[in-house]
Design a protein around this ligand. Structure first.
Ligand SMILES: NC(=O)c1ccc[n+]([C@@H]2O[C@H](COP(=O)([O-])OP(=O)(O)OC[C@H]3O[C@@H](n4cnc5c(N)ncnc54)[C@H](O)[C@@H]3O)[C@@H](O)[C@H]2O)c1
Ligand SMILES: [Zn+2]
Length: 662
């Protein structure tokens, strides 16, 4: 990979994590690992300014707006914060500031509440409107949900300005987070990863009665507006307090960096006693005049810096290891720990991923181990305390047979995971496939949870996913705890699922390595199950973002006779086996041609434009290169236009010229 490709790959990877984190509220990596990726990209971009892109995730606030709420443009932009993980970084920052201001600087230290940003507008003392940060320029209007939060005043007191926005963080206290998760566990629902993403997900619920039940809380730290009666962060906090806002009493005015460091030190130790999660300390230049002089970068103020704590780590004992078999047959070792309190939850298990990780950690039963939790659901073991290892401890031998069905496990060359090959006889694999099939992003049958899947399987009603479509109500009624209403719900959900679009069906059938995104790309490229089943390895592997590994996995899946029969039965049941009319290409006038849009577009949004390209058989690309045929340049087109002109091989079009092509 050359530098440009590396930069591009990092941008794509980070964008995907941003999407998981901010839109789906389901991070798949820890914040620390995410920040490492972002820093790597930032460093590369600094070394290679020629690849600057204003749309890079280093230049933009990570969030976005959803389709479920009205979108509101922020009158005053909402920024993110610069992060540092070390005291040295913080010292460097202070030196930079002092140098550019050439005068004494006071700082305000605040806790960095780990929740979701909110901006709330007040007019004449009344709460008017509440908007999420979104991408910093515009966010979701969630006023009704915000009104359910007890600590946010609906009416102000004292001598408040007539119009302003107050900003702060919506958080979910540990106690509530644990309560919600233990309820979800009882209902067999997927657990939420951490309080922050749960708080942000709660704000986006459609039913404010549900939001009310979540007992969110809010801490406020900024007021913005025109001609406000205070000149510093500290004065502002006092004023906000006098208007009736819940301003945290923990903030501190510091005269020197040493005082700042003492504050950090104090809270690094004390944070575990707080009833809510903080992920660091925010240090802000106190004086507004100085703030103004320092200004902003593309995504954060230069006058503030977040110092992030390292993920909390605790020591405990490894009691035993169990092995879990997933729907693909993958066997995952899980550490059973002596229960210990970590980041507000009691931790009893930690992930060990695979044999290689066990060997690398050299972890043994009875060892004292360090456990860390960084945003994911299951914490991980990061280190062994070798100083106190028992002399008679033995190296862990990975199991050789499936703990569920006894079949000998296989480990393919080049892969770290062990698999149980007994696809059709190993219960967790069958149940896992059923659960995957009915899940929200697949066939979306909410009325069939994990417990129901087990019930249906144990009663021999459903042995594979096609059996769902043979179910009738009278078969369900005799089952344990199956009321008339739940039986009807199940039958309805199964019937409804016949309308689920092809790309989700493709995801639902559970081909190894075919996730949601890959399924979409395959659907778009091959249009129907039949085409896909007949596609050659070359055809498959030449699809965007699909490499040989996925291509082989697809071919292996369809080569099996039992899968061919399964598909045939699903087809007969009436599932969607091809793309819906509206996603099919309407013409192929753009076939074989590549397009890129730049600048601000007036005739269509970027998404609409790209959809037009695809509907007419063309392909969208993400950067200017020899592979680009057409660049459609809107107003204020910048570096991409210049680069295309320099290349000389790219045809440059206006929006109208593009429309004329189709
Ligand atoms: N794990 C993942 O996949 C993933 C993906 C994207 C982002 N993230 C994480 O999200 C974070 C980046 O998100 P971000 O842009 O919201 O930045 P951030 O959370 O690091 O900092 C900015 C935010 O801090 C909040 N904040 C809390 N207390 C504050 C205070 N006292 N004063 C001012 N602001 C305060 C504000 O909401 C502000 O918008 C990083 O920590 C990153 O690791 C993780
Ligand atoms: Zn098995």
């Amino acid at each position: 990979m050359n530098i440009q490709e590396k930069i591009q790959a990092l941008r794509e990877e980070i964008n995907q994590h941003n999407y998981n984190y901010y839109i789906l509220d389901q991070p798949s990596i820890s914040d620390y690992d995410f920040d490492v990726l972002l820093k790597e990209l930032n460093d590369l971009e600094k070394q290679h300014p020629e690849f600057f892109d204003p749309n890079s995730p280093t230049q933009r606030v990570g969030g976005g707006v959803s389709k479920n709420f009205p979108t509101i443009v922020h009158e005053y932009r909402m920024y993110s914060l610069d992060n540092s993980y070390s005291i040295e970084d913080l010292q460097d920052w202070e030196k930079r500031i002092e140098k550019s201001l050439e005068e004494k600087v006071e700082f305000v230290c605040e806790l960095k509440y780990d929740g979701a940003s909110i901006s709330i507008q007040y007019e004449n003392g009344d709460l008017k409107q509440a908007v999420t940060r979104g991408d910093g320029f515009q966010g979701d209007e969630v006023t009704a949900n915000i009104r359910t939060i007890g600590s946010i005043p609906l009416k102000l007191k004292g001598n408040y300005p007539s119009k302003f926005y107050v900003r702060g963080e919506i958080i979910l206290p540990h106690k509530e987070f644990n309560r919600i998760n233990s309820e979800r566990e009882k209902q067999g629902l997927e657990l939420y990863a951490n309080p922050r993403n749960t708080a942000s997900g709660s704000l986006k619920l459609q039913d404010s009665a549900e939001v009310y039940k979540r007992r969110l809380d809010c801490y406020l730290y900024t007021i913005v507006g025109n001609q406000l009666p205070f000149n510093s962060q500290w004065e502002m906090l006092q004023a906000a307090n006098s208007y009736g806002f819940k301003v945290p009493p923990t903030s501190k005015l510091c005269q020197s960096l040493d005082e700042v460091l003492a504050f950090i030190d104090h809270w690094d130790k004390e944070r575990k006693n707080l009833p809510f999660e903080i992920d660091g300390i925010v240090v802000k230049v106190n004086s507004f005049a100085q703030q103004q002089e320092l200004g902003f970068t593309a995504k954060s103020p230069r006058w503030a810096m977040a110092y992030k704590f390292k993920a909390e780590k605790v020591e405990t004992e490894l009691l035993s290891i169990s092995y879990q078999v997933g729907r693909t047959g993958a066997v995952t070792p899980v550490a059973n720990l002596k229960p210990v309190s970590l980041a507000g939850t009691i931790v009893k298990r930690a992930s060990l991923h695979n044999e290689d990780i066990i060997n690398k950690l050299d972890v043994r039963i009875g060892d004292r181990v360090y456990v860390e939790k960084g945003g994911e659901i299951i914490p991980k073991i990061v280190e062994v305390n070798f100083d106190v290892r028992q002399p008679d401890s033995e190296k862990i031998e990975f199991i050789q047979n499936c703990p569920e069905c006894g079949t000998e496990l296989v480990r393919n060359p080049g892969e770290a995971q062990h698999y149980c090959p007994n696809e059709d006889g190993c219960k967790p694999q069958i149940i896992g496939r059923m659960e995957h099939f009915v899940s929200r992003k697949a066939m979306d049958m909410a009325s069939i949870g994990g417990e129901t899947a087990v019930l249906l399987y144990d009663n021999q009603l459903v042995k594979d996913v096609a059996d769902f479509y043979k179910l009738q109500k009278f078969m369900l009624l005799p089952l344990d705890r199956m009321a008339e209403k739940s039986a009807q719900n199940i039958i309805d959900a199964i019937e409804e699922s016949k309308k689920i679009p092809f790309e989700k069906v493709l995801y639902a059938i559970g081909i190894r390595h075919v996730g949601e995104t890959v399924a979409k790309k395959l659907a778009k490229r091959f249009h129907s199950m039949d085409n896909l089943m007949q596609a050659s390895l070359e055809d498959l592997a030449s699809t965007e973002d699909i490499g040989e590994k996925i291509a082989i996995s697809i071919q292996e899946f369809f080569a099996k006779e039992k899968n061919q029969i399964l598909i045939q039965r699903l087809k007969e049941a009436g599932l969607q086996m091809e793309l819906g009319e509206d996603s099919k290409p309407t013409s192929n006038v753009l076939e074989g041609k590549t397009f890129l849009f730049t600048g601000s577009l007036t005739k269509f949004t970027r998404d609409e434009a790209q959809a037009l390209v695809e509907q007419n058989g063309g392909k969208n690309v993400s950067g200017v290169s020899k592979n680009l045929n057409y660049l459609i340049a809107g107003e204020k087109a910048g570096s991409k236009l210049a680069k295309a002109q320099a290349l000389g091989t790219v045809q440059i079009l206006t929006e109208d010229e593009f429309l004329a092509m189709i």
